[in-house]
Design a protein around this ligand. Structure first.
Ligand code: VGL
Ligand code: ZN
Length: 179
C-alpha cells in the first residue's frame, strides 16, 4: 500500500528559454521539491523526455513540435531548480525515433518498478499538464493505480487555450483526483 511521487519531464526544454517552453514551467519547482521532501512518499521517480535527434514528433520529421529534449543535450537535462536528492529512479520516454512517449508508462519499466515497490497510489506533478502529465495519469488509472494530480505542481503547453483544464477534466472523468 505504497505511495509514489512521479515527477514528469521537469526538464530545461519545457521551461522558459527552452525549445518547447511551457509558460511558468519553472514555477513548479518549490511545490515539486516540497512534495519530494515531505516524507509522504515511499518512492520518488522522475520521467525524462529523451529523444533521438530524428524523433518523429519533431517538425523536420513532419511532427508537431520543435526539436526538444534531444538525448544528451542541455535542453534534456533536468531543470536546475529541481532538487533530485530524493529521486530513486529516472524513467526515459520517447527514446526511439517512432515512439511517441507521452506517457511515462509507454514502453518503459515504470509499471514494473511501481509494482515491485508495492506502490498503489500515485501523485503526479511536472510538465506538461496537457501532454505527458495527462497521458501518464490516464495510463496509471488504466493500470489500476489511484492517481492524484497536484495542481500547483503542473503547468501546460496550451497549444489551444484551455487544453490544461480539459486535460485535468479528462483525468477526473477517468477517476483521478485533482488537488
Ligand atoms: C511533452 C510535448 C512533446 C511533455 C513531451 O513532456 O508533456 N510534450 N514531448
Ligand atoms: Zn517530447
Amino acid at each position: 500500500m505504497g505511495r509514489a511521487l512521479v515527477v514528469v519531464d521537469f526538464q530545461n526544454d519545457f521551461t522558459p528559454g527552452g525549445a518547447l517552453a511551457v509558460a511558468g514551467g519553472d514555477e513548479i519547482a518549490p511545490r515539486v521539491n516540497a512534495l519530494a521532501a515531505s516524507g509522504d512518499f515511499d518512492l520518488v521517480v522522475a520521467t525524462r523526455d529523451w529523444h533521438p535527434a530524428d524523433h518523429r514528433s519533431f517538425r523536420q520529421q513532419g511532427g508537431p513540435w520543435p526539436a526538444h529534449c534531444v538525448q544528451g543535450t542541455p535542453g534534456a537535462d533536468f531543470h536546475p531548480a529541481f532538487d533530485r536528492s530524493r529521486v530513486e529512479d529516472v524513467i526515459d520516454t520517447g527514446v526511439t525515433a517512432d515512439a511517441e512517449g507521452y506517457s511515462g508508462f509507454e514502453g518503459t519499466a515504470l509499471e514494473s518498478l511501481l509494482r515491485e515497490r508495492g506502490i498503489d497510489t500515485l501523485t503526479i506533478v511536472g510538465l506538461a499538464t496537457d501532454y505527458c502529465v495527462k497521458h501518464t495519469a490516464l495510463d496509471g488509472l488504466r493500470q489500476g493505480f489511484a492517481v492524484t494530480v497536484d495542481g500547483a505542481g503542473v503547468r501546460g503547453v496550451e497549444v489551444q487555450p484551455g487544453d490544461s483544464e480539459r486535460a485535468l477534466e479528462e483525468i477526473r472523468a477517468a477517476g483521478g483526483v485533482i488537488v
